[in-house]
Design a protein around this ligand. Sequence first.
Ligand SMILES: *[C@@H]1O[C@H](CO)[C@@H](O)[C@H](O)[C@H]1NC(C)=O
Ligand SMILES: *[C@@H]1O[C@H](CO)[C@@H](O)[C@H](O)[C@H]1NC(C)=O
Ligand SMILES: *[C@@H]1O[C@H](CO)[C@@H](O)[C@H](O)[C@H]1NC(C)=O
Ligand SMILES: *[C@@H]1O[C@H](CO)[C@@H](O)[C@H](O)[C@H]1NC(C)=O
Ligand SMILES: *[C@@H]1O[C@H](CO)[C@@H](O)[C@H](O)[C@H]1NC(C)=O
Length: 488
Amino acid sequence: MELRRLSICIAFFVFACLSQGSEARHSIERRAAEDVNYDLLADEASDDEAQNDADGGNDADEEIEEDAVITTNPTNYTVTVGKSVRLECKASPSEGVVVQWTRKNTKYFIGTLNEVEQNLKTYTGQDRFFIVANSTDLLIKNVQPEDSGAYKCEILQMNGVSIEHNVVLLESPKIIRFFASDNGHVPEGRDLLLTCEVSGSPPPQILWSWEGNQGNQRLTEKDGEFTANSVFIRNVKPENSGKYYCYVLNNVGSSQAEVQVQVLRKPRVHVHRTIVNSDLNVEAVLECSIHDEPAAHIRWYKDGRRIEDSSRQYSVSTHGQHSNLTVIPTSDLDFGTFTCEAENNLGKHNRSIDLVQSPVVEDFGNDGPKLFWTIHSHQPLEEIELQLREIDGEGEWRTLRVPLPEGRRHEYSIVYSLEDADIDAGKYEITVKVKNEKNWSEHSNPAIVDIEAQPQYIRPASVYLPGAGHSIRPHIVLIPLIYLLVRL
Ligand SMILES: *[C@@H]1O[C@H](CO)[C@@H](O)[C@H](O)[C@H]1NC(C)=O
Ligand SMILES: *[C@@H]1O[C@H](CO)[C@@H](O)[C@H](O)[C@H]1NC(C)=O
Ligand SMILES: *[C@@H]1O[C@H](CO)[C@@H](O)[C@H](O)[C@H]1NC(C)=O
Ligand SMILES: *[C@@H]1O[C@H](CO)[C@@H](O)[C@H](O)[C@H]1NC(C)=O
Ligand SMILES: *[C@@H]1O[C@H](CO)[C@@H](O)[C@H](O)[C@H]1NC(C)=O
């Protein structure tokens, strides 16, 4: 009996010496050796580790030496900026285990269990990383956006084992800056770049919309080219003006900002009349106005030559976007082409007005077979001619004389019904021109008139001067009455 006890003792001693070779190694005795004399073991093996390793019993063959394992699973930690997060790395068995925490191949920590919290400032250069007391867990305090990413915990042993955690930061999206190129004042034809600088975690999604004439609408691939945080709109037109919105969202929150874009363009000149009738010593006012762009400078030209503001022959009156040129012709040379030009820093534009002594025909149109137009002529009228041809027929022009209005004025409103003329049914293209003692007017714009088949009644043309009741000839009043009676 004495001999047996001694042999067990020696066997254990040898084992203890061997196992001291690898610090991080442990062996696990699965089977409890009840028949071992514990008092003796405690005396002989002063080494902590040997104690932990248990005894070498009769069944030494069943003893399995095993590496430490990590019992923590890889985890995605979501954390809000400013808060703390504890990344777990539980080893089993944990005593004597040496772990290494790394991030992006940078060592954050190498060490073993410690009874107090360890500040990792010497590894990380920051006062926010710690190893929790009595653990191998990494604690990050006051989490910052740059802390997101992968963290690896590895047990340093022959068969190294590791896990990788992921820190996902939660940060409500913020729009740092939202701006448009050219400060939002973009010349027509240029490209517009909208940039929305955002922060947030997970990285926020950006949605773009635009409030034009048709209300708020999403910007799509058709509207521009999208990059991570910008939209590029090529060749902007005035229609691209309006408010643009950047809307950012992630699973923590959302935010929105807007920017006003105005597409600038060169001025557009509009003249009220392109041809104006006047006479010697008759004042003519030529009117011009500018569309779209304020900040435009207006100038006048006569037959291509600049009219100086100091000119005594003309008077120019400009208020904001409107300008009037007043002329009193004193010779035939004073008639001609007057041009209104507007210029801003994007360019210039002009429109011309002809000041003439010939009649000017305006507003030629029709209501069924009833034609109407206006004549401007300070000179007495000599002839009014309608020219018409059937659109689907031979295409030959026919001339119809229209009786002259009575009285002398400088503006005449003429109404003439084709029912009064001897015209076959059909579809006609009709223009009018007027002669005064100086010249013929230009042809008016054509009107298209449908003459319906109907009984022919011989009637003279009727012409009247609106507001001049005394000049209406009696038979004009009578004939429509007769016509009505016949129809009934
Ligand atoms: C962590 O999140 C990523 C995607 O963000 C996912 O692919 C992965 O499976 C997640 N891992 C765990 C352990 O949940
Ligand atoms: C760590 O463990 C030791 C011994 O078990 C204990 O005395 C100490 O209070 C523990 N430290 C903390 C911070 O829990
Ligand atoms: C008006 O514009 C036309 C076309 O741009 C230009 O050719 C012409 O010279 C201009 N006229 C004046 C008087 O500036
Ligand atoms: C130009 O003339 C018209 C008609 O006479 C007048 O109504 C208008 O106020 C004038 N505009 C300017 C800028 O003088
Ligand atoms: C009459 O008008 C025509 C254009 O309609 C023009 O070519 C011609 O020179 C004018 N004649 C006179 C005398 O003004």
